[in-house]
Design a protein. Structure first.
Length: 368
């Protein structure tokens, strides 16, 4: 851990305007800016005779509910400081609870900003995308499993090359970086050992509209069982995003290796469960969206997840999902999403492949 800390301090002094780690910027000028959004949602699951297979936290195969309902504030304080606070109020997400609450020092922006508090982890493409800007209704399972917990207490350094030209690359933000040191214990939870998680993310934009990203995370957690060494979790990820000519093409791969215990689930605002044992998990997702002149954008997305373990009697778990979606943008603040999801999941039905389809409709209104 000491070696990792020395690497962390060394990278701090290698500084490269970065995107904010929150879901909205503080903007220009002083004062308070109200931010937030609501996502009323409807889901219908096509179960057929398999009534025991209800998924996604629903109690019945058909329900209206709030996916997310968030409200907060952000703003600037003279001189060189900004703040960001947002809470989750959706009862289906366990609200009310603090999600993000951090203070940022901006004196050296865009090359370096320093934030301290609770914030979203700078790992991967889909997790780094704000919830209100996701092209599919939900994040992929590989992200929910391997990037969780989504939020932590800690300190983060972030920045970019801004308007600086590098070689032939004359566009903004050729490089962006994020480095964080966190408790590793999850949302609104104090640390349970002296070790800290370290993570880093670097984004390279060789041409305008094309971003290539890489992420790393390593941490140790207090062992669940007494008289055992601390558990450890290692993550690597690579991603690509291309946005040009009305086409949005994105993809991401994540690999994880857990020793001692592993987190299961743990998406936005939810608490992951812990399983004892050694695990290797990996997966990927890829999505293609086309922006039409009618503001009705079709989407197709494929995702795959695999988990293996040394626990006796526990089979490998696989899941694939094919999503057909439509996104309609009424204006900059209002959006409607429809996703038809075809799921093939071996973990649902005693290790046997089981296909289940469901439809999700979501309406979103942003306040910022």
């Amino acid at each position: 851990m000491k070696k990792l800390l020395f690497v962390f301090i060394g990278i701090l002094f290698f500084s490269m305007n970065a995107t904010s780690q929150g879901c909205a910027d503080a903007g220009d000028g002083d004062g308070v800016k109200i931010i937030g959004f609501i996502q009323p949602q409807y889901e219908y699951q096509f179960l057929g005779d398999s009534v025991q297979s209800i998924m996604n936290g629903l109690k019945t195969p058909s329900s209206f509910y709030f996916n997310r309902a968030r409200l907060g504030v952000t703003g600037n304080i003279p001189y060189d400081f900004s703040y960001y606070f947002i809470a989750e109020y959706s009862p289906t997400k366990g609200g009310a609870a603090i999600l993000d609450a951090f203070v940022t020092y901006n004196r050296w922006a865009p090359y370096l900003k320093i934030s301290m508090g609770q914030f979203k982890m700078p790992f991967g493409l889909e997790l780094s995308t704000p919830c209100q800007d996701l092209y599919s209704v939900d994040r992929s399972r590989v992200v929910n499993e391997l990037a969780s917990p989504f939020r932590e207490f800690g300190v983060m350094m972030l920045g970019s090359t801004g308007e600086k030209e590098i070689l032939w690359m004359k566009h903004k933000d050729v490089f962006k970086y994020f480095i964080a040191l966190t408790n590793g214990s999850g949302l609104n939870v104090m640390d349970n050992n002296t070790d800290k998680d370290i993570m880093a993310r670097l984004i390279f934009q060789p041409i305008e509209g094309l971003e290539i990203g890489g992420s790393f995370k390593y941490g140790r957690q207090a062992a669940i069982s007494a008289n055992m060494i601390d558990d450890s979790r290692l993550r690597f990820g690579g991603d690509l995003s291309f946005k040009k000519y009305n086409v949005i093409l994105q993809g991401e791969y994540i690999y994880g290796k857990d020793k001692g215990s592993s987190l299961v689930g743990g998406g936005c605002g939810s608490t992951p469960t812990i399983m004892l044992g050694n695990f290797i998990k990996s997966g990927y997702w890829a999505a293609l969206q086309y922006e039409t002149k009618w503001k009705l954008n079709p989407l197709v997305k494929y995702q795959s997840f695999l988990a293996t373990t040394d626990i006796k009697g526990v089979d490998d778990q696989t899941q694939t999902e094919l999503i057909f979606g439509l996104n309609y943008y009424f204006n900059d603040y209002t959006r409607f999403q429809a996703n038809f999801v075809i799921t093939d999941d071996s973990a649902i039905h005693d290790g046997k492949d089981f296909t289940k389809n469901f439809l999700v409709l979501q309406m979103q209104v942003k306040f910022n």
